[in-house]
Design a protein around this ligand. Structure first.
Ligand SMILES: [Zn+2]
Length: 394
């Protein structure tokens, strides 16, 4: 059992049998209480029905202070600070701000879980959106994440980690564990709590922690999710981000829903009184309808099925050695997994090629790129023999 003086742990259920270990995190943004309420409800039901899982289940609460105040964060966004350097610097830093303190206690809990509970691990981060939305999933594009996420039959967004610095899920992914973000709907809509409850229950079944027959109302949860998806499903990639700088007055045109198609030259927002229109056709993603936040909106597009299939094949090739022979590409000295690519070579080969091969591309300050391969890091073997590997629930 985890000792937790600050009450980040809302529930911990340690089953009689070996693995998996499923960890839910809620309220990492303090203005997103739906996930917290849903986890409370599921924990209550598990206790009352005296359900004993096959494996371990942890329900965690993220930004405690921000949740109390109903704000996204107190000093800085808790979901943008999970950088390796920052984490390593915590013990020696004096005067931690609120989010650094929250991160420190969460890290302690996560590390204890990783040490004391059996693999494979599943990390699920519950969020909600400021605008009206169908539920959807965000993942780092590793094949284990893709295959697991498929079962929910919700829209799945790939590549958000290339646009966001320091989200918790990216940190866990670099450790090699399966992790996904579940966006359950609009922040305060009562239906978001219901969506979240259904998503938590089916996750417990998909991971093998519970049998479908042990999950109260399993079929009802599945059909609720299907209905909430509103016919949206499949994989999408982000190709555009409208960034907000500090001090900007940003305002979306009212009435947009997440996943609304927007043709090129549509008026979507205003910044400091200047109109913003889209430059190409796309699907509007996460339009910002709240005061705090760094991203105005994103544009996404469908990923064709043949590209998804092709990328499964290309990732089986150890591409690193071949790429390293090309001019403008270097294998990092410190970290064997990463490649450094000059801006010129990056443009010449093109981002889609690196994506196919499983690389996450981040632009560096000097304009060159750092490429991290998600497949090399993924602890895929730990998930062999799990119920979802053969697409049982898809
Ligand atoms: Zn959030």
């Amino acid at each position: 059992m985890i000792k937790d003086p600050e009450a980040h742990v809302m529930g911990q259920f340690l089953g009689s049998d070996q693995g998996p270990t499923v960890v839910f995190i809620s309220g990492i943004h303090g203005n997103e209480p739906a996930g917290v309420m849903a986890l409370e409800e599921v924990c209550r039901e598990i206790r009352e029905a005296e359900i004993i899982p096959k494996g371990s289940f942890y329900a965690l609460k993220g930004n405690l202070q921000a949740l109390k105040q109903g704000k996204r964060f107190i000093d800085e966004d808790l979901n943008r600070i999970w950088h390796k350097e920052r984490i390593e610097g915590l013990p020696s830093k004096k005067d931690l701000n609120n989010e650094e303190r929250e991160m420190q206690s969460l890290l302690m809990i996560i590390n204890t879980i990783l040490k004391e509970s059996p693999p494979p691990f599943y990390f699920i981060d519950l969020h909600s959106t400021s605008g009206d939305s169908h539920p959807f999933i965000t993942i780092n594009d590793a094949l284990i994440n893709r295959n697991f996420a498929r079962q929910f039959q919700l829209p799945i967004i790939l590549g958000i980690e290339e646009y966001l610095a320091g989200p918790l899920l990216n940190y866990l992914n670099l450790e090699g564990w399966l992790s996904l973000g579940l966006e359950v709907g609009q922040h305060d809509a009562p239906v978001s709590v219901k969506n979240a409850i259904s998503l938590i229950w089916v996750t417990l079944v998909f991971t093998g922690l519970l049998k479908a027959s042990e999950c109260p109302g399993y079929e009802g949860h599945r059909s609720r999710i299907k209905e909430a998806a509103g016919g949206l499903h499949g994989f999408y990639e982000i190709f555009y981000r409208e960034r907000i700088s500090t001090g900007d007055q940003f305002k979306m045109v009212p009435g947009y829903r997440n996943f609304d198609p927007v043709p090129a030259r549509t008026l979507v927002a205003a910044r400091n009184g200047q109109e913003i229109t889209t430059k190409q056709d796309g699907i509007l993603f996460m339009p910002l309808y709240q005061a705090q936040g760094e991203d105005g909106y994103f544009l996404v597009r469908d990923i064709p099925a043949w590209i998804l299939r092709l990328s499964v094949l290309t990732r089986k090739i150890r591409s690193k050695g071949v790429l390293a022979m090309l001019p403008g590409i270097e294998v990092s000295e410190q970290d064997h997994e990463d490649l450094y690519v000059t801006a010129r070579t990056f443009r010449w080969l093109g981002k889609p090629v690196f994506h196919l091969l499983g690389y996450r591309c981040t632009v560096l300050e000097n304009g060159n790129y750092r490429l991290t391969n998600r497949e090399f890091r993924a602890k895929s073997r730990a998930y062999h023999g799990t119920p979802w590997r053969n697409g049982q629930f898809a």
